[in-house]
Design a protein around this ligand. Structure first.
Ligand SMILES: O=C(O)[C@H]1O[C@H](OP(=O)(O)OP(=O)(O)OC[C@H]2O[C@@H](n3ccc(=O)[nH]c3=O)[C@H](O)[C@@H]2O)[C@H](O)[C@@H](O)[C@@H]1O
Length: 434
C-alpha cells in the first residue's frame, strides 16, 4: 500500500527547485488530507486517478490516430487498392513510376504519356494554392479518366512516402513537385525551402531506404545558369551565381541529389527545363497571364533589360519536354543500393531540356496578338531586380546524344496550341486561329 508520501512524490518529483517545493509540500499535505480523510480512501482515490489518467491517455491516442486517418486522405484498404491498380504495368519491360507534382503542368503531361504507353503511374500532389487549385483538380480528373490515381499528400510526409514504397515497388520516381516561379521567392521564401529543399530530402530519404531503390529523374531549372553571359548554356558552365532564391534552391537540389548518388548509389538525372509552356500550363507564367489579360482587355507588363535590351527566353513546348522526361527515364540506369547501403556506382546525370531558339518577350506578345486578334496594352518597364535573368538559351547536345532529344515545336506552333486550349478551357467559344 503506497504511503501518502509516495503519492506526493508522484505529484512533486524531486527537482532542483527543492526549497520552493518543500514550502508547497505542507500546503499540499493539508489539502490532500482535507480531501481524502483516511489513508485507505486515499488509496482508492489514487487508483481512480491512475485509472482515469490511463484511460485519458488511451483515448487521446485513439483520437490522434483517428484524426490522422480522418484528416489525411490516404491510407486504408480501398486506397491501397487504387494505388496498386494505378501502378500496374501494361507493357513488357514497362516501369512503375511515382510522379510527384502529378496535378501540376509538367507532371500531368508526363503521367499521361507514361500511362498511354503502358507504364504504371501513381501521382502525388498536395494541391496547394500557389495558383488556382481548380486547374489542378481538372488535371486530376483528366488523369483519373485515364487510369492514373493521384494521392493527395505532401512530399514532406515521410510516413506517406514510406507507405507508398511499401505498397508499390516503384522502379522510377519522376520528381516534378516543387515551388516554382522565380519572382514569388521574394514574397514567400520559406515555401521554396519547404518544397525544394526539405521535400526533396524527404523524398530522397524514402528512395534510399526503399528496396529496390528506384531511379530518380527530377526537375532542376534553367535558372541555375543565373547571371551567366556565355550562350548557349551548357551543362558544364558555371552555376554558382543564381539570381533568385528559386534558382538557389534548384542548384542546392543538384548538390543534394549528388550526395545521395554518391553515398547511397541512387541513380539520379536532373533536368534543367527552359521556360516550359503549352496547354494546361501554369497560370503564373508570362504566356498565361499575357493571354488572360489581353482577352480581358487589361494591360500587360513587359519587362525590359539593361540598356533597353529586350528580354528573351528559350521557350520550350510541353510535348518536347515530355519526350525529354520519358527519354531520361528510359535511359536512367539502375540504382545500386539496398537497405540504405550503396553497392556500387550509379549514374548521375544533368541535362538541359530547351528549345535552342530564344524568342524575345515583345516577339512573344506580337504572336499572341495575332493569334488572339487583340492588341495588347503594353506597360514597358525596366526589369526589376527580383530574380529575373535577361536571357536563356540551351545547348542540348548532351540530351540529344544520350536519348535523342530533339525539340520539334517552334514558338508559333506551340503558342497556337496553347491559345486553342486556353480558349476552349475558359469557354471563349469557337475562335478561328490564324
Ligand atoms: O526556365 C526556367 O528555369 C524557369 O522558367 C520560368 O521562369 P521564367 O523564364 O521567368 O518564365 P515567365 O515567368 O513565364 O517569364 C518569361 C519572360 O517574360 C517576362 N515577363 C514575365 C512576367 C511579366 O509580367 N512580364 C514579363 O515581361 C520575364 O521577365 C521573362 O523574360 C518558370 O516560371 C520557372 O519555374 C522555371 O524554372
Amino acid at each position: 500500500m503506497p504511503s501518502s508520501s509516495s503519492l506526493e512524490d508522484q505529484l512533486y518529483p524531486s527537482t532542483p527547485g527543492k526549497f520552493k517545493i518543500e514550502r508547497n509540500h505542507g500546503l499540499m499535505n493539508r489539502q490532500v488530507h482535507r480531501c481524502f480523510g483516511s489513508s485507505s480512501t486515499m488509496f482508492l482515490w489514487a487508483l481512480l486517478l491512475i485509472a482515469s489518467t490511463v484511460s485519458y491517455v488511451t483515448f487521446q491516442g485513439v483520437v490522434d490516430s483517428g484524426s490522422r486517418y480522418l484528416s489525411a486522405s490516404w491510407g486504408g484498404i480501398q486506397w491501397e487498392k487504387q494505388v496498386r491498380a494505378s501502378a500496374q504495368i501494361h507493357r513488357q519491360g514497362g516501369m512503375s513510376v511515382l510522379v510527384t507534382g502529378a496535378a501540376g503542368f509538367i507532371g500531368s503531361h508526363v503521367s499521361l504519356a507514361l500511362k498511354r504507353r503502358g507504364d504504371g503511374v501513381v501521382g502525388l500532389d498536395n494541391f496547394n494554392d500557389y495558383y488556382d487549385p481548380s486547374l489542378k483538380k481538372a488535371r486530376k480528373a483528366l488523369l483519373q479518366s485515364r487510369g492514373v490515381f493521384i494521392v493527395h499528400g505532401d512530399l514532406n510526409d515521410a510516413k506517406l512516402l514510406a507507405k507508398l514504397f511499401d505498397v508499390v515497388a516503384f522502379t522510377h520516381v519522376m520528381h516534378l513537385a516543387a515551388q516554382a516561379g522565380v519572382r514569388y521567392a521574394m514574397e514567400n521564401p520559406m515555401s521554396y525551402v519547404n518544397s525544394n529543399i526539405a521535400g526533396l530530402v524527404t523524398l530522397l530519404e524514402a528512395c534510399k531506404t526503399a528496396n529496390p531503390q528506384p531511379s530518380i529523374v527530377w526537375a532542376s531549372s534553367s535558372s541555375v545558369y543565373g547571371l551567366n553571359e556565355k550562350v548557349p548554356f551548357s551543362e558544364s558552365d558555371r552555376t554558382d551565381q543564381p539570381a533568385s532564391l528559386y534558382a538557389a534552391t534548384k542548384k542546392a537540389g543538384e548538390e543534394i541529389t549528388h550526395t545521395y548518388n554518391h553515398i547511397y548509389g541512387l541513380s539520379i538525372t536532373g533536368l534543367r527545363f527552359f521556360t516550359v509552356y503549352g496547354p494546361w500550363g501554369r497560370p503564373d507564367m508570362a504566356i498565361f497571364t499575357f493571354t488572360r489579360n489581353m482577352l480581358q482587355g487589361k494591360p500587360i507588363t513587359v519587362y525590359r533589360g539593361k540598356n533597353r535590351v529586350d528580354l528573351s527566353r528559350d521557350f520550350t513546348y510541353i510535348d518536347d519536354i515530355v519526350k525529354g522526361c520519358v527519354g531520361s527515364l528510359d535511359t536512367s540506369g539502375k540504382s545500386t543500393g539496398s537497405g540504405g547501403k550503396k553497392r556500387g556506382a550509379a549514374p548521375y546525370r544533368i541535362f538541359n531540356l530547351g528549345n535552342t531558339s530564344p524568342v524575345t518577350v515583345p516577339t512573344l506578345v506580337s504572336i499572341l496578338e495575332r493569334l488572339l486578334k487583340v492588341k495588347a496594352k503594353k506597360n514597358i518597364v525596366d526589369m526589376p531586380g527580383n530574380g529575373d535573368v535577361p536571357f536563356t538559351h540551351a545547348n542540348i547536345t548532351s540530351a540529344r546524344r544520350e536519348f535523342g532529344y530533339k525539340p520539334t515545336t517552334d514558338i508559333q506552333t506551340g503558342l497556337k496550341k496553347f491559345v486553342k486550349w486556353y480558349l476552349s478551357y475558359y469557354g471563349y467559344g469557337k475562335t478561328t486561329l490564324n
